[in-house]
Design a binder for this molecule. Structure first.
Ligand code: 5GP
Length: 206
């Protein structure tokens, strides 16, 4: 029998990294589940409670923190963001791999609390390509684009804290998803995650 618990997989990536497309491909496979975060920021048009986020007010969020209901949380741009712990742990116990799509501080908190977690930084092939993608979308103001690019400098400066880096080249989201699958396969095969190999091997298990 291989590893029984699912892998806790942290994926971070700056705006323009194509996280959404890559994660959607992984999540089409039932072996992967997505953790819906809680946040105090207001819903954007089209976002639904319980689907994109659990939208909470600050008092409710702080009550959850006090109750140790958050696996990790952080304050980002004036709002709380956090991963509900009970849901996450239930998914992992079921053997599915759980994807947390969170920013760098949350990623560091997860690694401290769960040393077995694996973190992946998903990046566009270069800063120049990222900038071109953000401008090409044409959905954001120049000010917002600049703020996101500035934020990228801070995030990429912390990339050494991650276990893996995966590049999402133009038109190659499938390849990036495959890279992440390969990481998960290799991590699940690590001996450190497969306790008592000898005992299990000789126990005539199915
Ligand atoms: P947005 O407001 O654009 O949806 O998200 C802002 C940032 O918060 C993104 O970098 C996203 O990855 C991060 N984020 C979303 N959910 C969580 C969470 O549960 N915990 C942490 N630490 N960051 C989160």
């Amino acid at each position: 029998m291989p590893t029984e618990n699912g892998l806790l997989l942290v994926v971070s990536g700056p705006a323009g990294s194509g996280k959404g497309t890559v994660l959607a491909e992984l999540l089409a496979d039932p072996a992967f589940a997505y953790s819906v975060s809680a946040t105090t920021r207001a819903p954007r048009p089209g976002e639904a409670d319980g689907v994109n986020y659990y939208f909470l007010d600050r008092a409710a969020f702080e009550a959850r923190i006090a109750n140790d209901d958050m696996l990790e949380y952080t304050e980002y741009c004036g709002n709380y963001y956090g991963t509900p712990r009970a849901e996450a742990e239930a998914v992992l116990a079921s053997g599915r791999n759980l994807i947390l799509e969170i920013e760098v501080e949350g990623a560091a908190n997860v690694k401290r609390r769960y040393p077995g977690a694996v973190s992946v930084m998903l990046l566009p092939p270069s800063f120049a390509v990222q900038e071109a993608r953000l401008r090409g979308r044409g959905t954001e103001t120049e000010e917002k684009i600049r703020a996101r690019l500035a934020r990228t400098r801070e995030e990429v400066a912390k990339v050494e804290d991650y276990d893996y880096v995966v590049y999402n080249r133009d038109g190659c989201a499938h390849a990036a998803a495959e890279d992440i699958r390969a990481i998960v396969r290799a991590e699940r095969a690590r001996l450190a995650r497969n306790a008592d190999v000898a005992t299990r091997y000789f126990a005539n298990e199915e």
